[in-house]
Design a protein around this ligand. Structure first.
Ligand code: PDD
Length: 295
């Protein structure tokens, strides 16, 4: 069976087998969910948009007032070593930094003598099978119960976990989060809609994670002259969209063809992936192959 985590993993300056990697039960990641993370896709052993992911990691660390334990170059050498040691060509690199382990439990930050915990590992990139992509996936809508700094990629993901689980229990792949009548994003993805040939994307605010894939999709739409509007999407607009897509580093671009039990879209494309999503998926593949799979 393919292992999910490659050996070695990285923990606090060392590369060691997963079975030997241990963290204190007093780690603030464990006690408080006090930490940050990143997920970086790797194609043909090349990390996709690594600078952007490390920039977002830094923005999140700044947002929670935690000093980055590694420089950008040090992170890159950790990531390159994990990629090189793992058996797969296409991978997903997970990075996590927590505020470390003090010798007691106290909500306020620990003294500066407490060092952050830095952990990273490689796993195989699990892509969506072609037959699933061809049909699209089902999603539900749920109230967005998260806090007000959803732009930070923090490990405290309980509201996201509960939303995704609710989707899974209803046989769906994703939960779309509705706050004050507007659709913000998915439990672990950004969401785009298409209406009358125009691609609509919610703006980057503190209530949405600024996705790296989201940026690539917007760049591709712009460079191909695809009509595009970046603005809030109401729940009503979501329900009357011609197409709905989810995007993330691991899912890339995936059509949502059924929402709360109703087919997405009208006419011949109702309940099926639409032409704009198919086009965007192709542009994404071409772009990825041109930058990652050279030579
Ligand atoms: N999640 N929004 C949320 C809430 C997410 O958790 C993610 C990604 C995204 C998409 O971001 P990106 O395109 O940078 O992957 C949007 C990752 C994959 C995860 O938690 O595993």
């Amino acid at each position: 069976m393919t292992p999910y985590v490659a050996d070695p993993v990285y923990l606090n300056g060392q590369f060691l087998p997963l079975a030997e990697a241990g963290v204190s039960p007093l780690d603030r990641g464990f006690l408080y969910g006090d930490g940050v993370y990143e997920v970086i896709p790797v194609y043909s052993r090349q990390a996709f948009r690594i600078d952007e992911h490390l920039k977002r990691l830094q923005a999140t660390l700044d947002g929670i007032k935690l000093a980055n334990p590694l420089t950008v170059d040090a992170w890159k050498s950790v990531i390159f070593k994990l990629i090189e040691s793992a058996p797969w060509e296409d991978q997903s690199i997970y990075l996590q930094v927590t505020r470390g382990a003090d010798d007691k439990r106290d909500h306020a930050f620990p003294p500066s003598s407490v060092t952050p915990t830095a952990f990273a590992f490689a796993s195989p990139l699990v892509t969506t099978p072609a037959e699933v992509r061809a049909k699209g996936v089902a999603a539900i809508t749920v109230p967005d119960l998260r806090w007000s700094r959803c732009d930070l990629k923090v490990i405290s993901l309980l509201a996201n976990v509960l939303a995704r689980q609710q989707a899974v229990e209803q046989g769906c792949a994703e939960a779309l989060l509705i706050r004050d009548g507007f659709m913000k994003e998915g439990a672990a993805s950004n969401i785009f809609i298409v209406k009358d040939g125009v691609l609509l994307a919610p703006p980057k605010t503190q209530l949405m994670l600024p996705g790296i894939t989201y940026d690539v999709v917007l760049e591709l739409a712009q460079s191909h002259g695809q009509p595009l509007e970046i603005r809030e999407i109401s729940e009503t607009e979501l329900r009357s969209a011609d197409e709905v897509w989810m995007t993330s580093s691991t899912k890339e671009i995936l059509a949502i063809t059924c929402l709360d039990g109703q087919a997405v879209g009208n006419g011949e494309h109702a309940g099926k992936p639409g032409p704009f999503g198919e086009q965007m998926w192709q542009w994404y593949q071409d772009f990825k192959n041109s930058v990652m799979r050279k030579g």
